[in-house]
Design a protein around this ligand. Structure first.
Ligand code: SIN
Length: 281
């Protein structure tokens, strides 16, 4: 691909996500091209790339332009590449990884900035990923509820997903490990100000948030349930259909994602690199 062509950014829905065209992530990006992609990432919170026939080394090199790579302590690694997590579902496996709304690493004190997911093998049909916009989720709340949530913090945990008590971990079998490392809980504001865009976003998610700080789970659930239904309204989402070589690069501070599990009997293999973030306020 001729990198002299202007990179073309095409929004993919009214809510979230844009496709980046005319770019080869396997080639050296100039500083100007990288700045262009970075601006689009901050603006759209989610970028898609098609037909990226890149090696694992090129995947890592692209990720490292954004920051330090976070080596996920629970996921299997791609053979020979510690920095790349394997997100795989075999034809005989029933449960997929990431099959509910979540944002990566919210259980960490300093959650990951983003994840770069590259499709290596995709089912003939199915296996799409849904994304939801947490800026729109916040902006769509009433002034009264916005005010109620300002100053409220929420507790996020990995224990019920990756720890010894997790039924999901058992269902996913050998694809997750290190249950003993799932001890950490973290608290974050329910409404964050995005460190780069300066926009406010809802920052709780069904995967990892367990309750509001200082509230019991029973007190928290009804409001969390309302916020989740509100945040995942179809108008607030976009859906990405994968082919080998497709990439989605999402901002964990601005989006949720949900891997659809509708391709039983087929194989899907994705390679994910996660990039370190900064404290959330
Ligand atoms: C993930 O949750 O990181 C995986 C998403 C996907 O496989 O589509």
């Amino acid at each position: 691909m001729n990198q002299m062509n202007e990179i073309d950014i095409r929004p993919m829905s009214g809510a979230v996500g844009a496709q980046v065209c005319n770019v080869d992530l396997g080639a050296d990006l100039s500083n100007a091209q990288f700045a262009n992609i970075r601006d689009a990432f901050i603006k759209h919170g989610l970028l898609f790339f098609r037909d990226q026939d890149i090696t694992p080394e090129q995947h890592i090199a692209f990720a490292e332009r954004w920051g330090e790579i976070n080596i996920n302590r629970f996921f299997q690694k791609v053979d020979g590449y510690e920095k790349i997590a394997a997100v795989v579902k075999e034809p005989d496996q029933a449960v997929n990884i990431g099959g509910d709304w979540h944002t990566d690493h919210s259980y960490d004190d300093i959650p990951a900035m983003g994840s770069i997911l590259l499709a290596r093998e995709t089912p003939a049909v199915g296996g799409d990923t849904l994304f939801a916009c947490m800026y729109k989720a916040y902006e769509g709340l009433s002034d009264g509820l916005k005010k109620t949530l300002e100053g409220v913090r929420a507790v996020h945990s990995s224990r019920h997903v990756f720890g010894d008590i997790s039924q999901y971990k058992d269902a996913v079998g050998g694809r997750l490990s290190n249950a003993e490392a799932a001890t950490q809980d973290a608290t974050h504001p329910v409404i964050i100000t995005h460190p780069e865009s300066g926009r406010k976003a809802l920052y709780i998610n069904p995967g990892f948030t367990i309750h509001f700080e200082g509230w019991t789970p029973e007190e928290s659930f009804p409001l969390m349930k309302y916020l989740y239904a509100h945040a995942s309204r179809p108008e607030n989402t976009t859906r990405f259909q994968w082919q080998p070589g497709s990439i989605a690069f999402w901002d964990n501070r601005a989006t949720w994602h949900y891997a659809l599990n509708d391709y039983h009997g087929a194989r899907r293999e994705m390679h994910r690199i996660t990039i370190e973030g900064s404290p959330l306020n």
